[in-house]
Design a protein around this ligand. Structure first.
Ligand code: KIV
Length: 276
């Protein structure tokens, strides 16, 4: 598999692009082996890996650290690094953050949340040669200002603003756009009207691509199952059962068996005992 270039990614407008999040070496390796088109090192890192409960506390150091592991696990896959909250509050900060993600973690592109309020930042990054993916709809870093984790763009005013934001972001230079929790009809309309691929999460089937959070699609959190997640594995159940079996085996002496151990010539141990 050959790693997509930004140009090739953009040219896949109209095709079904498959994206998943990953945060570590093994997750990235599995995603690459599965033939996933692109990996997002999302700041959902804060919720699914670091246990912060939200994305706001995630730091740039943390994203860089995890993105490095992802790059090592998926050297042939297009990787996007999320810019964490406030790391792109000014164009200067955004450039410094993107520099770290691209030079240290070797990501192919960065993603940031927001519409017209981030246009200056997008322009600065793109002018400097940083490929930028936009993110509209529910933007978790500012979810509280949007009334929490709920679908966005339901009123005429909000829907119109989303269309305007999408076009403005494209004009500012984004090569793709994530649409999160946007009603299907609106996501479809945005997709029709922008010349770059849209990647949906909770936004129906009308976007060019789809993205899901690794832990959600593998069912690693039993108590979190929003409507838009399809589970392809009951991971929590399976992992817990395996861990329980391991604990039972150790406690009962069933593990380790002969087949898990290494041998040494008996005379070596005999001689050793004589020296004791
Ligand atoms: O951080 C993340 O995982 C994301 C996706 C949900 C798009 O931004």
């Amino acid at each position: 598999m050959k790693r997509l270039t930004v140009k090739a990614f953009r040219a896949r407008k109209g095709e079904r692009i498959v994206m998943v999040t990953a945060y570590d070496y093994v997750g990235a390796k599995l995603a690459e082996q599965a033939g996933i088109d692109a990996i997002l090192v999302g700041d959902s890192l804060g919720t699914v890996v670091l246990g912060y409960g939200e994305t706001v506390p995630v730091t740039l150091d943390e994203v860089v650290h995890h993105a490095k592991a992802v790059r090592r696990g998926a050297p042939e896959t297009f990787v996007i690094g999320d810019l964490p909250f406030l790391s792109y509050a000014t164009p200067e900060r955004a450039l410094a953050a993107a520099e770290r993600l691209m030079k240290e973690a070797r990501v192919d592109a960065v993603k940031l949340e927001g519409g017209e309020e981030v246009l200056d930042v997008v322009r600065t990054l793109v002018r400097a040669g940083v490929p930028v993916m936009g993110h509209l709809g529910l933007t978790p870093q500012t979810a509280s200002q949007k009334g929490g984790y709920k679908a966005q763009g339901k009123t005429l005013e909000e829907a119109r603003k989303m269309l305007l934001d999408a076009s403005a972001l494209v004009e500012a230079g984004v090569f793709a756009l994530v649409l999160e929790m946007v009603p299907s009809a609106l996501a479809g309309l945005v997709t029709e009207r922008v010349p770059v691929p849209t990647i949906g999460i909770g936004s129906g089937a009308g976007t060019d691509g789809q993205v899901l959070v690794f832990h959600d699609l593998l069912g690693l959190f039993e108590d979190f199952k929003p409507r838009f997640v399809k589970r392809y594995l009951e991971g929590a159940e399976l992992f817990r059962a395996a861990l329980k079996s391991y604990a039972e085996d150790v406690r009962s002496g069933r593990f380790p068996g002969e087949e898990h151990a290494y041998s040494v010539k008996p005379e070596v141990i005999e001689k050793l005992k004589e020296t004791l």
